[in-house]
Every structure is written in C-alpha cells, then in structure tokens.
Design a protein around this ligand. Structure first.
Ligand SMILES: Nc1ncnc2c1ncn2[C@@H]1O[C@H](COP(=O)(O)OP(=O)(O)O)[C@@H](O)[C@H]1O
Ligand SMILES: O=P(O)(O)O[C@H]1O[C@H](CO)[C@@H](O[C@H]2O[C@H](CO)[C@@H](O)[C@H](O)[C@H]2O)[C@H](O)[C@H]1O
Length: 461
C-alpha cells in the first residue's frame, strides 16, 4: 500500500470532513482489511495522520478498479501499481459490499466486526447513494430503506451516536430512527497499542422527513412576508410544531434517563460546572473580542448556577441539539445525531449533564431561525428592518414558550421553573455559537452576539 499512502496524503486535506491544516506531516496505514477480492476490490483502511503534535485516525474505505470510470472521477484518488483508487463510499458496487457484511448477526473480518440487531431488516442488494451534505461524516442512503452513517474521524471508544441509538431503539422509542446495525473496528497505534472505535451505524431511513430548520425557516419567511402580522396570525405559524417538538424532546430525555446512567449535580458538581462555563467564556473572549463588553454581566449570570439551592438531576443528553437535528415525519418528530458537539472530546460528549442543556440548545435555535433572514436578506438601513426585527423576536418567544409548554405536558419539569439553570446553559450555548460563527460563518456572528447581549441583561432574582 506504499503508493496509496502518497495518494491519501494528497487527497485527504481536500475532504470536507478532514480536520486541521492542509499540510500532512506523517501518514501511516493503521489498519487494512480486504472486504472484497473481485473487482472492484474493496479495502477498508484506517489511516493515522500526524499534523504537528496532533494525530488523528480517519476511516477511508477504498475501491480499486483496473479501469478509469468517468462517473467516479470526482472521487478518484489516483493510480497505483494495483489500479485506480476511488473513495469506496461513493462507488455503488463497493458500498454494497459493506452492507453485505451484515448478513450474519455478528461477523468478524480482519480488524472489523459487523453487528446486526436481532430481527433488523437490512436492505441487501439496494444501491447506495452518498448524501450530498458531507460534513464530519459520510452518510449513504440505501434506497428509501436504510441510512449508513460512516464516521470519518475516529475517537477510540464507542461513538455516542451508536450508544444512544442502541439504547433508544432497544427501549422502543418512537422518536428516533431505529438502529439496524453497526460496525466496530480496531487498529494499532505507532507504539503497537491496540484501540477500538465505532466505525459506522445503519439506521432505518426516515422517508417523508423534513428537517426542523427548513420548516421553521418557512414559517419565518411567511411572517416576514406579512410584515405587520403577529406570529399567531400568519399561515405558517409554527407554535403547534414547537409544542410537539417539546413533547418529543422530553420523551426522549425520559427514555434516555431510564436506559442510560443518571446522577445529580450537588453543590460541588454545580461549582465545577460553573467554573467550566466561566473558563469557556474566558477562552471565547480571547477568540472573539466582541464578547469583552459583556464579560462582567455574563460572569455574574453564570455565577448564579453555583448557588442553585437544590441538587440538579443529570443524565446522558443529546449535546448538540438544534432545529437541524430534528426531522418531521408524517408520524411526528424524530431526533437524529447524538454525537454531541463535534469539537469536544469523547469524555466531554458522554458526560452526564442536565437535560436543560438540550432545551437551551433548541431555544437558541428558535432565535437563530427567527433572525437569520434579517442577516441574509435585509440591510440595517432597510425601512422594514426594525419592524421585522420586532416581529422576529415575537416569533422566537412564541415558539420558545410553545416548546417549553410541550416539554412540561409530559410531566417533566417546566424548563422555565429554574431560570438560573436555563440562563447559564443558554449563555454557555450562545458563547459556543459565537466562537463557531466567528470561525465558520462570520456573517452570522450578530445572531449569537445579540443573544449574549440579551442574556447578559437577564433579570437576576
Ligand atoms: N434516519 C434518517 N433518515 C433520513 N435522513 C436522515 C436520517 N438520519 C439523519 N438524516 C439526515 O442526514 C443528514 C446527516 O445526518 P446527521 O446524523 O446529522 O449527520 P452529521 O453528523 O454528519 O451531520 C441530516 O441532513 C439528517 O437530516
Ligand atoms: O454540524 P452540527 O449539526 O453538528 O452542528 C454545528 O453546526 C450548526 C450549524 O449548522 C450549529 O448550529 C447553529 O446554527 C444553526 C443554524 O444553522 C442553529 O439552528 C443553531 O441553533 C446554532 O447553534 C451548531 O451549533 C454546531 O455545533
């Protein structure tokens, strides 16, 4: 595979899911398993990539063909002595081979183990189509039946997406796409130590699904088009959906609490949590100087978390909850992507936390949905700006309230009952967003910054 290493070193830095700088300092094949011997030959490869002090493991299944295939040109890595090398996840025949490995309930081959849930219906023989949105992972749809999410950058241990989907599927939750199967892999690091990680997860494909962000955005467009009507007067009012989404969220939290570990934050744990949030705020202010004027007030608000006068129940949570992580199907809302915030470590992403963290994430998302068109479609000096901005704030408040009402109808505590807790988690999320936007979408930075200003001024009891 010597030549393949060179091809990978050139190709990897151009992939959307490749983290870090463009220059690769060292690259080593950490594991290679032959999945199919006939053409196209399929090698499942894990590569260890060193960039400065940072080493990452990436999953790169490769398809080797003797011929150049025009339709695969966009995923052609180059040619070695063995043939033309392609990204196997975009090569239909190669991807089908991966699905075929789920034929037995447990199947080990080389460094990989394929597991299938008992009674799961795997659509063997269906052609795979890679979803166009390729961010940190690559997802393959097998017709309308199943979706294989392939994790590209691996962290040793069980991926929380697999762990949580397994728990919710086995508990019979109606609010997620049932998990059908998953793949585990192992590799040896440069010192010979062995590591294991989840490589991929196969789920039922949710047909008829529209994501919450698109639906909320359509409602906000209706509101802006009317200009002078209130959110409850326009055709595309979203409050009933937000209410149902609140219910679905609370039900998922309940099932996760029953199926996975739980605990409580006592005074010491609350103090530690406060310190972590304060630390993140200070770090964010070094990256985004616009936070500076709000620091004293934000710190005062976060300090209120330290003095919450009752133990706070904690459990496994979604961890990166927003409108883009929920899909509306004909039978209701489904939650996806339990991986947590992409930049955090596995330990942080699996740590027990208050479910208010997810509530705060979704409340922030209503704020984003209400305001992003003001950024993309209006100038500040537009005569309609102030009026629409006022209506947008009303839309966000109406949907935030509907979500919390829905959450509480399930018997779960109303998230607004604990304002110090909710405010701290909203600040923590808005601070994360400020850094995220500054890094990836600077034009959107005013959205979380406006929230920071509002949260800094929240009334303290
Ligand atoms: N079971 C499913 N059925 C249909 N679409 C899905 C399913 N799960 C996720 N999706 C869609 O696939 C895309 C990627 O899913 P996600 O789990 O969020 O991956 P990533 O972490 O790479 O963003 C999203 O647009 C999501 O709406
Ligand atoms: O890619 P992920 O879904 O894991 O999440 C990351 O990207 C999100 C942006 O797509 C980001 O979410 C922020 O923008 C959303 C609108 O695009 C908004 O609904 C969210 O409320 C806001 O946080 C998310 O924070 C980030 O982790």
């Amino acid at each position: 595979m010597v030549q393949a290493v060179e091809l990978l070193a050139d190709w990897l830095p151009h992939q959307r899911w490749f983290a870090g700088r463009a220059h690769v300092d060292g690259l080593r094949i950490a594991s290679a398993t032959l999945l199919r011997a006939e053409s196209p030959r399929v090698w499942h490869v894990l590569v260890e990539v060193r960039q400065g002090d940072v080493t990452n493991i990436y999953q790169v299944p490769l398809a080797i063909r003797s011929e150049l295939v025009d339709r695969l040109e966009y995923v052609h890595l180059g040619q070695t002595d063995h043939g033309h090398v392609y990204d196997a996840l975009h090569d239909k025949s190669a991807a089908a081979e991966i699905l075929a490995c789920f034929a037995d309930e447990h199947h080990a081959v080389g460094d990989l183990t394929f597991h299938r849930e008992a009674d799961a219906e795997v659509p063997f023989g269906e052609a795979a189509l890679a979803l166009p949105v390729e961010q940190s992972n690559t997802s393959l749809a097998f017709s309308d039946s199943a979706l294989l999410k392939v994790f590209r950058r691996l962290q040793a241990g069980m991926n929380p997406d697999v762990e949580v989907h397994a728990a919710l599927t086995r508990a019979g939750s109606e609010y997620v796409a049932p998990m059908l199967a998953w793949i585990e892999g192992r590799w040896a690091d440069e010192h010979g130590a062995s590591h294991q990680a989840s490589l991929a997860m196969l789920q039922k494909y949710l047909t008829t699904a529209s994501d919450g962000w698109a639906l909320a955005a359509a409602s906000v467009r209706d509101l802006y088009a009317e200009g002078d009507l209130h959110a409850d007067e326009v055709g595309g009012d979203f409050a009933a959906e937000s209410h149902r989404l609140g219910e679905a969220t609370a039900e998922v939290h309940k099932t996760m609490a029953a199926a996975l570990p739980t605990g409580t934050f006592d005074r010491t744990a609350l103090a530690e949590k406060t310190d972590v949030m304060l630390g993140r705020l200070d770090h964010a202010a070094t990256v985004v100087p616009e936070l500076e004027p709000y620091l004293p007030s934000l710190r005062r608000q976060l300090e209120r978390l330290r003095y919450v006068d009752h133990p706070v129940p904690v459990q496994r949570v979604h961890g990166d909850y927003h409108l883009g992580q929920v899909l509306r199907t004909v039978v209701g809302w489904k939650l996806v992507d339990f991986e947590g915030e992409p930049a955090r470590t596995l330990a942080e992403r699996t740590a027990l936390d208050s479910p208010i963290r997810d509530v705060a994430g979704m409340l922030r998302s209503f704020d984003y949905a209400a305001r992003y068109l003001l950024i993309t479609d209006y100038e500040h000096n537009d005569p309609a700006y102030d009026q629409i901005s006022y209506r947008a704030a009303e839309w966000a408040q109406r949907n935030r309230d509907a979500f919390c009402d829905g959450y509480a109808t399930t018997g779960a505590p109303d998230p607004r009952q604990d304002p110090a807790l909710l405010c701290a988690y909203e600040i923590d999320k808005a601070v994360y967003e400020v850094v995220y936007e500054a890094r990836y979408r600077p034009a959107w930075l005013p959205i979380p910054l406006a929230a920071v200003e509002r949260l800094a001024a929240s009334p303290s009891p």
